[in-house]
Design a protein. Structure first.
Length: 370
């Protein structure tokens, strides 16, 4: 009886040891690796899915460089859709792109590099669209841009940089459209412009500056159109060189321009965006042009002079066309010829003059005023 009990005890111990040994073999068995095939053997369907031997593929696919035979890209697939990590390598094996996919769309963080491994862009995708903060760099490593996205649309503060790292522009956007003040700069961080936007159009004050710091332009916009007084300044001495009044984007009222010394170059008036009223221009101290407009068409008597102050031509306009007798002079101020125009602006009589004698030539031909 004791011998039989001993045999039963030994049998139980051996059975227990066998079970332990079996469990150990199972737990130490290597895990089954994911299936890996060459990327070029996959079949790409029009709907964006991929197949392998007629079945939606699950596993990895690797693409290789021709020479040297090294991995170029690694893809991960689930039931025919790109799903999981993706990576791209350069020819020496450095990762130059890394992101994650979910059911055929980029989803999660990404890190993109230039060919030699320098950082290029970093951020996050959500359902295939940029979402959250995004950074970009130039090849040299200096920052290129910084932005905030929501479902692929820029929202919030966005900054662009010059190649030397200086800020080029700071903008605030709502649903991809400028909203608020946009600041732009020259390469040496000097303010270039300060413009107010609302819903993507200029609305409010607009200031532009020369590199020297002098103002270049002052204007005011309402719903994207110029309104109120606009002033333009030269860089030399920060002098005012043009001043105009605008309404609904069109010149309205007096318009003045000046040269760099402050002398008037043009003095005229606009109505509804057209010249209307007295029009005068100067070259230095000499009057160059004087006449009148009526809703954009020249009317009445006009004088045109050379920059030296000598006469160049003068005559009358009717309905925007040269009419009646016009006088033309050479560069020394001597009368050169006279033309007589009919109501259509055609020459019906012409005289040529020499300094001490004259002759008449009848020479009718078409002549359009420009």
């Amino acid at each position: 009886m004791k011998v039989q009990n001993l045999k039963q005890l030994v049998t139980a111990v051996l059975t227990f040891l066998f079970i332990l040994s079996s469990d150990a073999q199972i737990s130490n068995a290597p895990e089954k690796k994911a299936k890996v095939i060459k990327h070029e053997v996959l079949e790409f369907l029009n709907n964006g899915m991929v197949q392998y031997k007629g079945v939606p593929y699950t596993g990895e696919s690797w693409a290789y460089f021709d020479k040297p035979r090294k991995i170029h890209e690694k893809f991960t697939w689930l039931n025919g859709s790109q799903h999981g990590p993706y990576s791209e390598y350069n020819e020496v094996g450095t990762i130059i792109a890394k992101d994650t996919w979910f059911q055929g769309k980029k989803h999660g963080g990404f890190d993109y590099r230039y060919g030699l491994g320098q950082r290029k862009a970093k951020g996050t995708f959500k359902n295939g669209r940029l979402d959250g903060q995004v950074w970009g760099w130039y090849y040299t490593g200096t920052p290129k841009y910084y932005g905030n996205y929501s479902s692929g649309v820029r929202n919030g503060k966005n900054i662009t940089y010059f190649k030397d790292g200086d800020v080029e522009q700071i903008a605030y956007l709502v649903n991809g459209k400028p909203n608020g003040t946009i600041f732009s700069y020259y390469t040496d961080s000097i303010l270039r412009s300060e413009i107010e936007f609302q819903n993507g159009v200029k609305n409010g004050y607009s200031y532009k500056f020369h590199r020297s710091g002098c103002p270049a332009e002052e204007a005011y916009y309402i719903n994207g159109k110029l309104d109120s007084v606009k002033r333009v300044y030269g860089e030399i001495g920060c002098r005012l060189i043009a001043q105009s009044s605008l309404k609904n984007g069109k010149n309205e009222g007096r318009f003045l321009t000046f040269d760099f010394t402050g002398d008037t170059v043009m003095d005229c008036t606009y109505v509804g965006g057209d010249f209307d009223g007295l029009y005068k221009t100067w070259h230095g101290k000499y009057l160059e042009t004087i006449g009148s407009y009526n809703l954009g068409e020249p009317i009445g008597y006009w004088y045109y002079n050379l920059s030296s102050g000598l006469k160049m031509r003068h005559g009358r306009y009717m309905d925007g066309k040269m009419f009646g007798k016009w006088y033309f002079y050479d560069v020394e101020g001597y009368l050169l010829l006279t033309n007589v125009y009919d109501e259509e602006g055609d020459i019906i009589k012409q005289k040529f003059y020499k300094r001490k004698r004259k002759c008449m030539i009848k020479y009718p031909h078409k002549n359009e005023h420009k």
